[in-house]
Design a protein around this ligand. Structure first.
Ligand code: ADP
Ligand code: MG
Length: 702
């Protein structure tokens, strides 16, 4: 169990003075930890880091202090001017001066007694706050700090500024953080002395002290040594826990899956195309992994349209050849059905039996599928996360393929393993995740990459267009539709509200209908599964020519003869997401185009993002840009799926630490796989500190 030494910082927030349930609820909003359903704890405050500082070191003298600036002034108090009796709207003014001029210290609704005590006439005091100049006269309204000349040291010249939320005062939060720090026990060092020296890392407690009690703006910079130390700790904790999960999943399985090639041969013969070189290479890598007695944990990464599905199918065929079963899990029902539609006919020609299982299959249909799974008559099961739910028993599941894994997260992987099934695992992702992020999210999985697109693909022409030119666009679309083309029309992404998103799609549908009549279709997340299928099918077979959609089409939909992608309010989307969406066209041999509609008052960054889309189709470049412009959470889709992100580490600043943390984690676990040594015990503390203690349970479960 958790070492006692951590108890003080694992206490609930309400253990702190001045923090009741109301304040605690507010603090929960600002702590960076991904709380899930646990309440925040004292320790979470340690990692609530300032985003900037207030610098009070500027002491220009009254006359030279610019309006709006935060300054510290040494002044002599001259006289008090209370408001006229009964008129509370006039402030209480205290006049003071220094060598350069006079200033009015201004207080509204002041307590005269308190002011007389704090600012006695004739005294020398130091005040710090924001300067205001009005009609050529300087004043400071409610100085943040007032100190007697002798107590100047007590005045914080550099003050951390923390994230805020309505209702939570900075003072209350600061006090709570100070208490959290004082409760932090002395912890043994978990990093090697060598690492500390080489990277000039301060000790853990010193890093926290520097960040919460900064002496210089540099102290709270993410690039600064203190922040980097904590980021490293967090990355290390993440890498250790991933390594433990991996070691455990590996240990559980381990059987060679080798087929005789007869089904794979048939499939290859049935394909209307030949594999690209990188598809061939990926298939070879996967085949070797399957044949190996170690458990496979492989990521198949390939840009949109690079042809991952057929690679997965060939891998699954291997498992079936070996007499076992395979499962393919997709993040959405549409995608699951589409996989079934692509894979089903090919598989049938190769003599394999494919079935589907999603939340929609009920009653008789469902029980027949479950029966077929249990008796082994179903070779491949395609579906959503329903594939691994309670009551779904495979006769012999040898390979699980997970499509678009970044939406499932590591949790799912743990859940699957916890079920006692330990199939080889192939994770497919269309998000071209940079290597650094593969490491953070997946640990050291092996990676196969599809680096080329199938032959004959045409580049996609991308244009950006202000919303005002909608009419013109509709004219062009009319021509294109008359010419037999197919158009996706993606409606704005509204993060706060699915409701609004829905309305937008329905409005657009209604607006296009007069011009296009029954050629317009609509698909959105709130439709029933059957209606969604029908809408997709109508678009696929050409009954409809324009498909108005919310982002549900984002993942994986394949309509090869669609050639135009219109995205409304493109400035609201992440680059990776735009890239995914754009990848829905350009799949056939006809030239395609993508129109990014934006609000003309969109910000500079937004416009820059759109220009990246215009300039390149290279998913890796786009992902790198996205990382720079938006931060890693969105790229991985962690917001949507609730995968625990990072509290302190930020990829745009700390990516360079990741590789080192991974190597460290490996070396440490090689020396001490059970974390039993003195240093191992210290590392366990680290895992608790950063909420990675789930992995410790794996150690014990052995
Ligand atoms: P993604 O990697 O985005 O999942 P898909 O597997 O959906 O891509 O493949 C996209 C399209 O490319 C499909 O229509 C598929 O049939 C086709 N395809 C896959 N591999 C090849 C290939 N080697 N040559 C030609 N077309 C291919
Ligand atoms: Mg796909």
């Amino acid at each position: 169990m958790r070492p006692d030494i951590l108890d003080p910082i694992f206490a609930p927030l309400t253990a702190l003075d001045g923090v009741g349930t109301k304040v605690a609820a507010l603090i929960e909003k600002v702590v960076p930890a991904d709380l899930g359903d646990r309440p925040a704890r004292v320790g979470d405050l340690l990692f609530t880091l300032p985003h900037s500082i207030i610098d009070r070191r500027n002491r220009p003298g009254i006359a030279l202090a610019p309006s709006g600036a935060i300054v510290t002034l040494e002044v002599r108090v001259d006289r008090h001017q209370p408001p006229p009796r009964g008129n509370r709207s006039v402030p209480y003014r205290v006049y003071a001066h220094d060598d350069t001029g006079e200033i009015a210290l201004t207080f509204f609704h002041a307590h005269a007694a308190w002011l007389e005590k704090t600012l006695p006439e004739g005294e020398h005091v130091v005040v710090s706050g924001r300067m205001e100049w009005f009609n050529g006269r300087p004043s400071m309204v409610h100085p943040d700090h007032i100190a007697r000349q002798g107590d100047v040291d007590a005045l914080p010249l550099v003050e951390p500024v923390y994230p805020m939320t309505a209702g939570l005062s900075a003072k209350v939060l600061r006090r709570a953080i100070a208490q959290a720090r004082s409760r932090l026990p002395a912890l043994p060092e978990w990093l090697e002395g060598d690492t500390l020296r080489r990277r000039s890392f301060p000790p853990f407690a010193a890093a926290l002290a520097r960040l919460h009690d900064p002496a210089d703006p540099q102290d709270v910079a993410p690039e600064g040594a203190a922040w980097r130390r904590l980021a490293y700790d967090e990355l290390l904790a993440g890498q250790i826990s991933l390594a433990l999960v991996r070691a455990r999943t590996r240990r559980l399985a381990g059987r060679p899956i080798a087929g005789d090639g007869r089904i794979v041969e048939k499939l290859l013969a049935a394909l209307p195309y030949s594999l690209t070189r990188s598809q061939e290479k990926a298939v070879a890598e996967i085949t070797a992994d399957l044949a190996d007695p170690e458990r496979m944990l492989r990521l198949l990464q390939g840009d949109v349209g690079s042809g991952k599905t057929v690679v997965a199918l060939l891998a699954m065929a291997r498992a079936v050849e070996a007499g076992a079963q395979a499962a393919l899990m997709a993040p959405t029902e549409i995608l699951a059905r589409q996989h079934l539609a692509t894979i089903g006919p090919l598989a049938a020609r190769a003599g394999m039996h494919v079935a589907i299982l999603t939340g929609r299959e009920k009653g008789r249909e469902r029980s027949e599928t479950l029966q077929g799974l249990a008796d082994g008559s179903i070779d491949i099961l395609v579906g959503t996360h329903a594939l691994f739910q309670e009551g779904v028993e495979y006769k012999d599941l040898a390979l699980a393929v997970i499509d678009e894994q970044h939406r499932f997260g590591v949790h799912q992987r743990l859940a699957m393993t916890a079920k006692g099934q330990a199939p080889d695992m192939l994770v497919m992702t269309a998000t071209p995740i940079p290597r650094t992020l593969v490491l953070t999210a997946f640990g050291d999985m092996d990676v196969s990459r599809l680096t080329e697109k199938p032959a004959g693909r045409q580049p996609i022409r991308t244009v950006t267009l202000p919303m005002e030119r909608m009419t013109e666009l509709i004219g062009r679309i009319r021509d294109a539709v008359a010419d037999g083309q197919k158009v996706y029309w993606i409606c704005p992404l509204v993060e706060e509200s699915e409701e609004v998103e829905l309305t937008a799609a329905e409005d657009r549908f209604a607006a296009l209908e007069p011009a296009f009549g029954s050629a317009v279709g609509l698909v959105h997340g709130r439709m029933s599964g059957k209606d969604k299928d029908a809408a997709m099918a109508a678009f696929k077979d050409g009954t409809t020519r324009i498909l108005v959609a919310t982002t549900v089409v984002e993942v994986g939909v394949d309509v090869p003869d669609a050639t135009i992608m219109v995205i409304e309010h493109a400035e609201n989307f992440g680059l990776a997401q735009l890239h995914q969406l754009r990848g829905r066209v350009g799949r056939g041999s006809k030239p395609s185009s993508c129109v990014l509609l934006y609000k003309s008052d969109a910000g500079e960054t937004a416009k820059k993002r759109l220009s990246v889309m215009r300039d390149t189709e290279d998913g890796f470049l786009i992902a790198e840009e996205d990382l720079k412009l938006r931060g890693e959470g969105e790229l991985l889709g962690t917001r949507q799926s609730g995968t625990p992100g990072f509290w302190v580490a930020r990829m745009e600043f700390h990516a360079d630490l990741l590789e080192a943390a991974r190597e460290d984690a490996r070396a440490m676990l090689a020396d001490d796989p059970e974390l039993r040594s003195e240093r191992g015990e210290a590392l366990r503390l680290l895992l608790y500190l950063f909420g990675r203690d789930q992995a410790i349970r794996l150690l014990r479960a052995g």
